[in-house]
Write a protein that binds this ligand. Sequence first.
Ligand code: SF4
Length: 229
Amino acid sequence: MEESRFSVLAMDRLRMTTDGDGVTTLICGMGCPLRCRFCINPGSWDGSVGGKKFTTEELYEAVKIDSLYYITTGGGLMFGGGEPLLQSGFLAEFMDRYKDQGWNFYLESSLNVPRQNLDDVIPYIHEYLIDTKDMDKERYEKYTGGDYDRFYENLLYLKEKVGQEKIVVRVPSIPFLHGSGEEAKQNGEKLKELGFTRLDFLTYTNPESRKDISEAARKNLEILAKREQ
Ligand code: SF4
């Protein structure tokens, strides 16, 4: 049987307290089920920027250089994307194999994946960073092109399974979607009513001031713009 591999968009070493406690390495997986209008990583959507593929051992070899930092600071690995849960089988295999290293595993996800993908990783994740985009079904679906109900049900399921204290919920204020920011505030209120207390409010950079993006990413954005016409 062919060994499973994780398709990586990018890696970022020696991150300090941005992903959780301590020093972390961010590992961004290829592919995303959503098509956010102001995506900062559109080249990741279909793997068109050609990510490198790692076996579990190769990924371990690539990140173990910082093992001492992870262990002494309480840090570890953050899996982000794109959407890392599209490759949940690999992640579960990797974390199971290396669970005794003394590293923490963190996950950043939009949760817009089949329930099974989430179940695959729950036994191993120390803390979650959840990208909500919007808590209004109509706005969410317009902005992401994804299924709000799937995200919402997974969010409640995750809270039930692991407890809200292990979940940081990102509440973005997105230019042109949230106008004055009032809607973002309402999203925060809705999340509080659902019992979430660890809210991370942030404002997206205006996409028009964004740095140059890759050719593959530009093509993906053109396809999206055509779909919206
Ligand atoms: S969730 Fe949205 S912003 Fe994040 S990679 Fe996917 S399309 Fe882009």
